[in-house]
Write a protein that binds this ligand. Structure first.
Ligand SMILES: [Zn+2]
Length: 347
């Protein structure tokens, strides 16, 4: 099969497009013919060697996979050749204390697909069958690959790690990002009033088009005051945060009494200071959120089938040009989603 391997870290890293051996499934695994694979910030961290976990090169990246089952091992009974599937990217053991409670996102033996084992920037990928999720007929492969990771991350944050009541004010950081654009739509569907942020006019307009009622300019140093103004000085009930560093600290300025910040990322910094006095006096919560469980993927794909959430517009690259896809995401000029599709003929 054709595949893209990362052979050296860097920005840009070094990729090799070549023939790799066809994967063979173990008893509990399935081989999936990749139809689309989404590109995420996680892939850039892998490329640049900035992940806080050991990575062995060469590695086929790609974690947000949709495709068709080609073959399955002898112990796999619930998936068959020809089934349309999405793949859960945070692989889990299925038998630790946390998996037993259905909390696969915090599995003790979790592995990242496309980081700790070969992923989906290839014609085929082999995965544990337990990581497969059935793709509803109404959801296209591209839509699945655009929603599975960021969409389920947002679903996990808004419905399992925090909650939204109708009428709540929700602040979604970075509304043009993958997690942000999904979070805006989920919060709206749950009845919230949504404020979002964007560093450019184009990004703010994009986020408003997804259903946010206000979009503040996050390139302005005093942007949290704008959020307070919009909510009549009250502050928001929930912040969906994924940027980290000082941005997380600023989010507390936007937060109402009794409010919650749920965070799933630290692109801008892995440390933040917390003003403890106002934190406990206002009975606020800071909640971590990591990945997703199959239930979150099933939920986001079900919502997509019902038309309750739409993937952001996509930019598609053929497999041979995966390195260009990485460059497009790194350039931060992308709105919506970058996908790689093995079927697309290189221009
Ligand atoms: Zn586990």
């Amino acid at each position: 099969m054709k595949a893209i391997q990362l052979i050296a870290h860097g920005a840009p890293g070094q990729f090799k497009y070549s023939d790799a051996p066809d994967p063979v499934p173990a008893a509990n695994e399935a081989v999936v013919a990749v139809r689309a694979c989404g590109l995420n910030r996680l892939d850039l961290w892998l490329e640049e060697g900035r992940l806080p976990i050991p990575v062995q090169l060469p590695r086929i990246p790609g974690s947000e996979i949709s495709g068709v089952v080609l073959s399955a091992g002898s112990d796999v009974s619930d998936f068959h050749k020809g089934d349309r599937v999405a793949v859960q990217s945070n692989l889990f053991c299925g038998h630790c204390e946390f998996c037993a409670r259905g909390e696969e996102s915090i599995c003790l033996h979790g592995q990242l697909l496309g980081v700790q084992r070969d992923g989906g920037f290839a014609e085929r990928v082999v995965v544990p069958a337990a990581a497969l999720v059935r793709l509803p007929a109404q959801v296209a492969f591209a839509a699945s690959a655009a929603l599975t990771l960021a969409g389920s991350t947002a679903m996990h944050m808004l419905t399992r790690r925090a909650s939204v009541r109708p009428g709540d004010w929700v602040l979604v950081m970075g509304g043009a990002s993958g997690v942000g654009s999904a979070a805006i739509q989920i919060a709206r569907e749950l009845g919230a009033r949504v404020v979002t942020t964007g560093s450019s006019e184009a990004k703010r307009q994009f986020a408003l088009g997804l259903g946010a009622s206000h979009a503040v300019d996050s390139s302005k140093p005093g942007w949290p005051a704008d959020v307070r103004e919009i909510t009549g000085k009250r502050g928001v009930d929930l912040v969906v945060e994924h940027i980290g560093g000082e941005v997380l600290e600023q989010c507390f300025t936007c937060l109402a009494r009794g409010g919650t910040i749920v965070t799933c990322g630290a692109t801008a910094g892995r440390e933040a200071r917390l003003k403890l006095w106002s934190f406990f006096v206002k009975e606020q919560k800071l909640v971590g959120s990591y990945g997703r469980s199959r239930k979150d993927i099933e939920a986001i794909l079900d919502w997509a089938a019902q038309g309750k959430i739409k993937p952001a517009a996509t930019q598609v690259f053929p497999l041979a040009r995966t390195a260009d896809a990485f460059a497009a995401l790194r350039g931060r000029q992308v709105m919506g989603k970058v996908l790689v599709e093995p079927d697309v003929v290189p221009a």
